[in-house]
Structure formats: structure tokens, C-alpha cells
Design a protein. Structure first.
Length: 189
């Protein structure tokens, strides 16, 4: 017995034309139920928009506009096929961001190694100056300037999470609640 009986008609007219056309095309390609395709499309739109739009609640609370969707469907209903099709541009964007992150991280690590070597040399120079009783103010200034020159470690921007364990899903949900959308597929226990 299926979890949910799909209604005969989904209110396509309630969707904006661009989203409606994407839903129709994805439904024709995948032959998945229209409601399932529409929910997946709205999830993708929510993911794209949530960092751009905030909503004010109760005049004091402000947070990103997000949808939390749960799709219950039998195996073979083409949930994964629909998500892969509609989320493909987002997967590509995440891969691009990951590639940039790897390059930025390599640059940051190289700079950190250089700064570490410079700091070691300056500390050695400072120790010599202190032992000799020489003026160490210039070396201290250089150490301070070196410390100010340190950059922040690049942060990897990840907004799609797949096949996470239940514990990891809970942790992700609390960490990103209201900030990032969590996409996951839970396996039945």
C-alpha cells in the first residue's frame, strides 16, 4: 500500500510560469508524479533564494526564507531522478565552489608556511637581541605586522548534504537551522 495517494491534479496554475514550465518539463522527462516534481522544484528554488531573502516574524525575529520538505513515496517513484535533474545546476555550483575552495586552501596553507618560517626567523632574531641587550622594538614591530598579515582559513561553502547518518543529520540540522537547506535521503530502518 503506498504511503500517499497522489491527487489527480496538482495546482500547476499556482506556480510562477518559469517554475511551472520547469516542473512540466521535468515531469515529462522523468514521468514522476506532478506533486513530487513540484515539491522538488520548490525545494531547489528555496535553496537558491534562502541566502538572498530574509523574513521578519513577530517584528523581532529575522531569518532566511526556507522550506522544509518531506517527500514520502514508494521505491521506484523516481524521487532521486527528479532531484538529480532539478538540482543539477546546484550540484555544479557546489562543485565549482569546492574547486575554488581547494585552490584558496592551498594558497592559504602556503602563506601560513611562509608566515611560520618568517615568525621563526624573527623570534630567533628577537632572542639574539634580548641576549645582547640590543633594541628589539623593530623586531617586535615586524612580528606584530606579521601577525596582522595572517589571513583567515578559507571556509568551504557546502549547502547540499546527501545520505547522512541520522546522528549527522540531527547535528547538521541544528548547525544550519535557518541558514542552510539540508537535503538528505534517509534509508528505512
Amino acid at each position: 500500500m503506498p504511503y500517499f495517494q497522489y491527487p489527480d491534479e496538482f495546482p500547476l496554475s499556482s506556480l510562477p510560469p518559469l517554475i511551472r514550465d520547469a516542473v512540466i518539463e521535468a515531469q515529462q522527462i522523468t514521468q514522476a508524479p506532478l506533486g513530487l516534481v513540484a515539491a522538488s522544484a520548490l525545494g531547489a528554488v528555496s535553496l537558491v533564494c534562502q541566502n538572498l531573502i530574509d523574513v521578519c516574524r513577530l517584528n523581532t525575529l529575522r531569518g532566511p526564507v526556507s522550506l522544509f520538505l518531506l517527500t514520502l513515496a514508494e521505491s521506484g517513484e523516481r524521487k532521486t531522478a527528479v532531484d538529480k535533474l532539478l538540482m543539477e545546476p546546484l550540484y555544479q555550483q557546489e562543485m565549482l565552489l569546492y574547486s575554488r575552495h581547494k585552490n584558496e586552501l592551498t594558497t592559504w596553507k602556503n602563506k601560513e608556511e611562509l608566515l611560520k618560517a618568517q615568525k621563526k626567523a624573527l623570534l630567533s632574531k628577537l632572542n639574539k637581541e634580548l641576549r645582547k641587550g640590543a633594541d628589539e622594538s623593530e623586531t617586535l614591530r615586524q612580528l606584530e605586522a606579521l601577525q596582522k598579515n595572517r589571513g583567515e582559513k578559507p571556509v568551504r561553502y557546502k549547502f547540499i548534504f546527501n545520505d547522512a547518518s541520522r546522528l549527522r543529520q540531527l547535528r547538521i540540522s541544528f548547525v544550519v537551522n535557518g541558514v542552510q537547506w539540508v537535503l538528505c535521503q534517509m534509508k528505512p530502518v
